[in-house]
Design a protein around this ligand. Sequence first.
Ligand SMILES: [Fe+2]
Length: 376
Amino acid sequence: MAASSPHLNTFNWSLPVAVRFGLHAADEAAQQLQGRPLVVLAFPGARAHEVVDRFSREVSDTLLAWVEVPDGLSTMALGRHIAQRVWPILERSPKAVLVGLGGGSVMDLAKWVRLRPPGSNPAGLEVLMESSVPPLGWHRHELWLLPTTAGTGSEVTRWSTLWDTESALITKRSFDQPYAYADRAYIDPRLALSCPESVTRDSALDTLGHALEVIWNRHRNPVSVHLAEVAARTVLQQLPLALQRPQDLSPRAGLALAALEAGMAFSQTRTALAHALSYPLTLEQGLSHGAAVAVWLPVVWRLACGHSQEIDDSLCRVMGVPAIQGDQVLKDWFDRVGFGHNLQALGIDDVQHRVQQALNHPRGRNFQGAWSSGIL
Ligand SMILES: [Fe+2]
């Protein structure tokens, strides 16, 4: 097994998003938007929630449009539809701020449509997938993100997951560019208070997935690994409390902070094998993203063990037992938080085939570990 000191690593770490975290961050965002024209993309019914209602009233004088983004996958078709709706408004107000208020899908779509081409033709959006700089003549609106679920980390990453549902084979596409970062992220744990139990759990499982995928990632670095270990331990401690006491702000704040820390951590490394394995499950069985990632975590955990002392030590610190025993502790914790999915129950009987395919996926290639038949 390779032994090395994380203190000897050379690495880069960069994040251009101004982050504000705290119990009144949403109110502060509204105050700082005073006098500025803005367009809001939000999840359906957002204004029924007290904190969002206050936000919308505070910015009402300069609000150009409040657009509800339907729940579900962030698809390219939906992105074009939203662009068609908001670009004519943004075109008349080039200084307008685009605000994304919602979970991962809302934020991912906002990151895409804040770029606006000359002539505002939404068919051109796909160009951005391949352009490492904004194409000539495109306008990049300021983007502020307010996550309302604690999980995705999209507020601090430079990519959006966008599903292409119009081609013969539905595919997951990624808009992943250095100019895709938001300008500001306001993380207010109160925004997650209204999350139903399943969203609370699945979002926290996504956070756990991001954290673990940093730890067993070929691109890991000491700063990201530190953030990831803290985030993973926080999720393990705070999710059971958040499920027991959904109106208690303390575990909500813990999960929001963990989501931010994991988001910052994987903003530098991207995800790995469990995410690569999750995408077909989301398409085939409609499993939420967090659940589809989590269901693979015990398998990937075992595949990660025994290849690097550094990774084993990290996994040990996360779970408090030797790394090789951690997958069982994780499964027991899944039972405690009512996560009932497992590969067998989902009818997945081709684990080896799926893992081997996923190891060739761009995210799978980030994984530092190997297939071992002993895990079955
Ligand atoms: Fe994820």
